[in-house]
Write a protein that binds this ligand. Structure first.
Ligand code: ADP
Ligand code: ADP
Length: 226
């Protein structure tokens, strides 16, 4: 379970301090799909960066099973980051290496031995239905296939939480529905908690267990879907 408590983020520049997140409280239950929706400028990217620990919040807590990730440093921070897998907008794959090599990157960085890495990459690609594309390059894939590879890469370190940051924006409605169905399957099969951050409310209506609506750095609405 992930609990966000009174999360604040502010940026200080020459024009003074801008508060972008003004006290976010959000509980993402184990095995649930939580959507965070909101218009451009609401603070979605900032919230996403705080959750994936790319940015350090100015105040508040991000608790994963009771321990506060937002205050960790060094080796503990690197290890805590593994609890959260992120799927990025436009998949963010490296174009000069193959699909399999892209999925292997997080494992390579950890120094996993070669044959274990190969087995694991094959298992991950199989899970997203793209084992037959292992030796292709990202440029040879459709947008939806690239997102699947991004999902496989996000799963490489066996995260407990999957964070999707606008990962379906730019995809057509059918492809979007397929990606969301895959995420829902992963939730069921692996017991993952999933956070979907998107500006497209329609996208999440059918798949989310709860929707939090972000507006001007605050959660305006927050409730379970019927
Ligand atoms: P969203 O993803 O919902 O469009 P963002 O989190 O990108 O919203 O941005 C929310 C607000 O924070 C915007 O007004 C934006 O200009 C401001 N902002 C984001 N990042 C920074 C930064 N590094 N420095 C200053 N202001 C920022
Ligand atoms: P087991 O406990 O027998 O490994 P699981 O259902 O936990 O069974 O896992 C089935 C497969 O899914 C395993 O190969 C495991 O490596 C993989 N797996 C489990 N959890 C995750 C996760 N969070 N991310 C990616 N792969 C996972």
């Amino acid at each position: 379970m992930i609990e966000i408590r009174d999360l604040h983020q502010a940026y200080t520049g020459r024009g003074g301090t801008v508060e972008v997140l003004k006290g976010i409280d959000l509980t993402v239950p184990e095995g649930s799909i939580t959507a965070v929706v909101g218009p451009s400028g609401a603070g979605k990217t900032t919230l996403s960066h705080c959750i994936s620990l790319l940015e350090k919040s100015t105040r508040g807590e991000i608790l994963v099973d009771g321990s506060d990730l937002s205050r960790l440093r060094g080796r503990q921070l690197r290890s805590a980051r593994r609890a959260i897998g992120t799927i990025f907008q436009h998949s963010a794959l490296l174009r000069r290496i193959t699909v399999a090599e892209n999925v292997a990157l997080p494992l390579r960085n950890l120094g996993v031995v070669h044959h274990e890495m190969q087995d694991r990459v094959a298992e991950l690609l199989d899970r997203v239905g793209l084992l037959h594309k292992a030796d292709s390059y990202p440029g040879q894939l459709s947008g939806g296939q690239r997102q699947r590879v991004g999902i496989a890469r996000a799963l490489a370190l066996r995260p407990r939480i999957l964070l999707s940051d606008e990962s379906t924006s730019g995809l057509d409605p059918d492809t979007t529905a397929q990606i969301l169905a895959l995420l829902a399957d992963l939730r069921t099969d692996l017991g993952l908690s999933i956070i979907l951050i998107t500006h497209e409310m329609d996208v999440v209506r059918n798949v989310a267990d709860q929707v939090a609506s972000l507006s001007h750095g605050r959660l305006a609405e927050y409730g379970s879907l019927p």
